[in-house]
Design a protein around this ligand. Structure first.
Ligand SMILES: *Cc1c(COP(=O)(O)O)cnc(C)c1O
Ligand code: SF4
Length: 345
């Protein structure tokens, strides 16, 4: 067994243990876990100081998850956009292939909270092959995004098999892998994995840091191994109330990622997912943060602030209100607040 598999086996699944360690009500925790699974990797568990710190909030079950039944179970309408199980085809030229049903740890704010780690999400090799057939039969598809769950919960051997099959589809040009492993299970990013990915270039790797405290010696090393192997690493962050919803935290996060050659790609507004409302921020909070970042932060380190519209309408950028008036003359608002006339003819 590889080290990461052993570490994965030692992940914390027992809510009593978490309750004990952080002084929480174990009955309340157990109730949440009955509905939404809990899993915390040893790496994460060691970093959490208190249940309500930025790392604890992300993975320790919260009774508020059960109070919120108003929001949507499948906010992005993914089930409707699935021509075959576990494949989402929303944009014309790229598809999302959910190749894994579980993750190394379960984020309490997850969009696919309705099914990650549950039996309805378990993906068989047969399902994956059907997804690959679908891509082979659709010549317009030039990119596949491997997601889940976490694709890196697959063994190297299975991942290699999937990538080899994909690489034989002539019209498929780019593979993207979305994985939180570098952050929560850095042991997973082995030299063997990097060598494997290198063989299937171009591979884009999208990881998921939400807070500067997640950037540790081990996570940095994991990302550097990927970067050294020629994989382009980018990052998506979810804007989370009480975790990272302020300019200072995000400035530090994005700048540090940038310095590590990890390009901040998206800052996601929380989806309207059932059981996650205690994490949601208001749109104007996100807009104000983006407004603070633009200017002080290198342009290359500024992500797009994105809302994935409910109902499967796709992602749209939310930008600060730079354009004040249009017509013959536009008026643009500078970062320092000055309104500058900008002729259009
Ligand atoms: C987010 C998403 C993508 C990728 O979109 P990009 O803007 O290219 O990152 C593709 N398909 C689906 C269904 C998605 O939700
Ligand atoms: S790693 Fe991604 S898919 Fe898995 S629980 Fe977290 S947000 Fe959801």
């Amino acid at each position: 067994m590889e080290l990461w598999q052993e570490r994965s086996r030692n992940s914390i699944l027992c809510s009593d243990l978490v309750a004990q360690r952080f002084g929480l009500d174990s009955h309340a925790l157990a109730q949440v876990v009955e509905r939404y699974p809990m899993r915390i990797t040893p790496h994460q568990f060691e970093l959490i100081r208190q249940a309500d710190d930025p790392l604890g909030c992300q993975v320790i079950p919260d009774p508020r998850e059960l109070l919120d039944d108003s929001l949507l179970v499948d906010p992005l309408n993914e089930e409707q956009l699935s021509p075959v199980p576990h494949l989402v085809h929303r944009y014309p030229y790229r598809v999302l292939l959910l190749v894994a049903g579980s993750c190394f740890s379960y984020c309490r704010f997850c969009t696919r909270k309705r099914k990650v780690g549950c039996s309805s999400m378990s993906v068989s090799l047969g399902d994956i092959l059907k997804g690959i057939d679908y891509i082979a039969e659709h010549p317009e598809v030039n990119e596949v995004i491997l997601s889940g769950g976490d694709p890196l919960t697959m063994s190297d051997r299975l991942l290699d098999d999937v990538l080899a099959r994909l690489s034989r589809i002539p019209h498929l040009q780019v593979v993207r892998i979305g994985s939180r492993a570098p952050v929560v299970m850095p042991e997973r990013i082995t030299d063997a994995l990097c060598a494997l990915l290198r063989r299937y270039q171009p591979v884009y790797f999208l990881t998921h840091f939400n807070h500067p405290r997640e950037i540790t010696e081990a996570t940095v090393e994991a990302c550097q191994r990927l970067v050294r192997s020629g994989v382009i690493v980018a990052n998506q962050t979810v804007l989370l109330r009480g975790v990272n919803d302020n300019s200072e935290t995000l400035f530090k996060l994005f700048h540090t990622l940038y310095r590590l050659q990890i390009r901040p790609y998206y800052l996601h507004q929380m989806d309207l997912t059932c059981g996650t409302s205690h994490f949601r921020t208001r749109l104007e909070d996100g807009i104000a943060i983006m407004d603070d970042l633009r200017g002080p932060l290198s342009g290359l380190a500024v992500p797009s602030y994105i809302v994935d519209l409910p109902g499967g309408h796709g992602k749209v950028p939310v930008t600060p209100d730079y354009v004040q008036r249009l017509g013959d003359h536009a008026r643009l608002r500078a970062a320092d607040g000055t309104l500058v006339d900008y002729p259009q003819s």
